[in-house]
Write a protein that binds this ligand. Structure first.
Ligand code: NAD
Ligand code: TYD
Length: 351
């Protein structure tokens, strides 16, 4: 079946994996990647498919409603996979307005543009919104998990903005009958992640013998999922997920930050040929992140039971591949971490 699908945020970390998967797997689909190319967007993530005949890149801001309306009409869009967002918690603490604008108004702008285009004719249409487990708040060390029924309790400006966007998506289903689906995923890792997030930041800092800033005591827990497995889940849910449903996506792979950091240090040292434990000296405990959520853990059994998805990669394998990728793609890292980002990192972020 021919489909015209807008993927927003397709030049970012997860979006670029989703774009590549869809462009390669579905030659009959026209994939239109709409991305503003903020600091986090990078067309170098897409070189594998940039010349594919079923792929179009449009540089645009999702908050530009008139532009979204014209794109939906020009390409006769029947599907949306919405990933564009401001995504880093630390930036949201410094600049919450940008997060409210992009994540809330941007999502509303896309919903309204889809509504204008589809005019109540929702046959074969779909609006798929990608969200985060962070909307559920924080768990204690008590073995419980976030399920699809967990009440929203966001703590950071980032998670508050994502929670708000989720509510708008549900409102468009309940009010206008739009065929929506939402997924809430745990922390992703893998190639092409912007090196302000924990795993690529620490790999890069070890490479340059720079301090590894561990927030608080390093006891916070995250559930880590390989990004390619997330992209596979998005494919399954876009095609087979039930309308108006929510699915949690996770790896059943919880790691205390400090334990994960030690695995990263060990792997990078081994691959760089350093003696075992060489870079442990770089670990530096710093002031905790404000409002730092203690623990995230996702129960993704609904997705497994209803749609048969589960993670394909063991964490040990995924982390090895990831570290290798960053060490083999130092030019990609250096292009990002030089210039403006380096200034931001020094002066604002860790200053
Ligand atoms: P990212 O920051 O790497 O990429 C975001 C992309 O969105 C960039 O390409 C950026 O240029 C684009 N963008 C930002 N503002 C835009 C705007 N106004 N208009 C058009 N494009 C814009 O983010 P990511 O880590 O790939 O996350 C993608 C989505 O997945 C986000 O919605 C995020 O909330 C969600 N998510 C991320 C994770 C994770 O671990 N990274 C986990 C769960 C959910
Ligand atoms: P991050 O990659 O920013 O993802 P999120 O905040 O969305 O979970 O951070 C992952 C964990 O690592 C989180 O508990 C914060 C912690 N962290 C550090 O200890 N130091 C750092 O420099 C960064 C970026 C994160």
């Amino acid at each position: 079946m021919n489909r015209n699908i807008i993927i927003t945020g397709g030049a970012g970390f997860i979006g670029s994996h989703v774009v590549c998967l869809f462009v390669n797997k579905y030659p009959d689909y026209h994939i239109i990647n709409v991305d503003k190319l903020t600091y986090a967007g990078n067309l170098a993530n897409l070189t594998d498919i940039e010349n594919a005949p079923n792929y179009t890149f449009i540089k645009a801001d999702i908050c530009d409603f008139d532009k979204m309306v014209s794109l939906f009409a020009e390409y006769n869009i029947d599907g949306v996979i919405h990933l564009a967002a401001e995504s880093h918690v630390d930036r949201s603490i410094k600049d919450p307005f940008t997060f409210a604008h992009t994540n809330v108004i941007g999502t509303l702008s896309l919903l309204q543009a889809a509504k204008n285009q589809w005019k109540g004719n929702y046959a074969d249409k779909r609006f798929y919104h990608i969200s985060t487990d962070e909307v559920y708040g924080s768990l204690q060390f008590d073995g419980t998990f976030f399920t699809e029924d967990t009440a929203y309790s966001p703590h950071s400006p980032y998670s508050a903005s994502k929670a708000s966007s989720d509510h708008f998506v549900r409102a468009f289903h309940d009010t206008y009958g739009m065929p929506t689906v939402i997924t809430n995923c745990s922390n992703n890792y893998g190639p092409y992640q912007f090196p302000e997030k924990l795993i690529p930041l620490f790999i890069n800092n070890i490479r340059h013998s720079k301090p590894l800033p561990v927030y608080g005591k390093g006891e916070n827990v995250r559930d880590w999922l390989y990004v390619v497995d997330h992209a596979r889940a998005i494919d399954v849910i876009f095609h087979e997920g039930k309308i108006a449903e929510t699915y949690n996506i996770g790896g059943f792979n919880e790691w205390k930050n400090i334990d994960l950091i030690k695995v990263i240090v060990k792997t990078v040292d081994r691959l760089l040929g350093n003696p075992d434990g060489h870079s442990l000296r770089l670990i530096t405990y710093v002031t905790d992140r404000a409002g730092h959520d203690l623990r995230y853990a996702i129960d993704s059994n609904k997705l497994k039971k209803e749609l048969g998805w589960e993670p394909s990669l063991q964490f040990e394998e995924g982390i090895e591949e990831t570290v290798r990728w960053y060490l083999d793609n130092q030019e990609w890292l250096d292009n990002i971490t030089s210039g403006e980002y380096e200034k931001y990192y020094q002066e604002m972020y860790k200053g």
